[in-house]
Design a protein around this ligand. Structure first.
Ligand SMILES: CC(C)(COP(=O)(O)OP(=O)(O)OC[C@H]1O[C@@H](n2cnc3c(N)ncnc32)[C@H](O)[C@@H]1OP(=O)(O)O)[C@@H](O)C(=O)NCCC(=O)NCCS
Length: 168
């Protein structure tokens, strides 16, 4: 699946050599505190072990977006035994709004189909306008709404939007 997408951006499957860079992006985005489920402080060793398992195993797909040979974004698909691919993604803050997320998501849809998944599913915070717009542009539908569902480290309870994209 290697090939140019947005100018200068390449999407490919991650290898073990990418793990440190991908964990670093994850830690930074978690540190922003408002886009993904994980929050600082991230248990880096645990995250690293999980990333290694995901890269090495058949139960997951990890895609990397590279710019000039440097990882600038990542997308993970958890291939559940019931045919749903659970998606999570993050683009490094300085690279957002330049088509990296679009390139990653296009590759993920193709990859999930190839893995035999009948659907991609995800959850997103209602305030994450960029992510909601990106997913809706790819045809994801809002399937549900979780009210006061996730306890944040601040003590707040956050809502989440449940989205799905059927592939069959
Ligand atoms: C959400 C995210 C992955 C999008 O990646 P990206 O590389 O910025 O996305 P793109 O540049 O490909 O933009 C794709 C579309 O997203 C939407 N979008 C991007 N930034 C936006 C913004 N700030 N506000 C509203 N819509 C926005 C637009 O529809 C855009 O399409 P357009 O360029 O044709 O208008 C990225 O912002 C990110 O990593 N955010 C932090 C982590 C995160 O939120 N992960 C998802 C958790 S569910």
């Amino acid at each position: 699946m290697r090939g140019p997408t947005a100018p200068g951006i390449t999407i490919r499957e991650a290898t073990l050599a990418d793990v440190d860079a991908l964990v670093a992006i994850f830690v930074d985005v978690a540190g922003e505190g408002r886009w993904i489920g994980s929050e600082a402080p991230v248990d880096v060793e645990r995250r690293r072990r999980r990333m290694v398992e995901d890269v090495e195993g058949d139960h997951a797909v990890v895609l990397v977006a590279e710019a000039g040979g440097v990882p600038v974004g990542q997308l993970g698909l958890d291939l559940t035994p019931y045919g749903v691919a659970d998606l999570g993604m993050a683009v490094a803050a300085g690279w957002r709004g330049r088509g990296v997320g679009t390139a990653l998501l296009a590759a993920a849809v193709e990859r999930a189909r190839r893995a035999g998944a009948h659907k991609i599913a995800l959850q997103v915070w209602p305030h994450n306008a960029a992510a909601l717009a990106l997913y809706e542009r790819f045809g994801f539908r809002r399937e549900g709404y979780l009210t006061r569902h996730y306890r944040r480290r601040s003590g707040e309870l956050w809502d989440a939007v449940v989205m799905g994209l059927p592939l069959d």
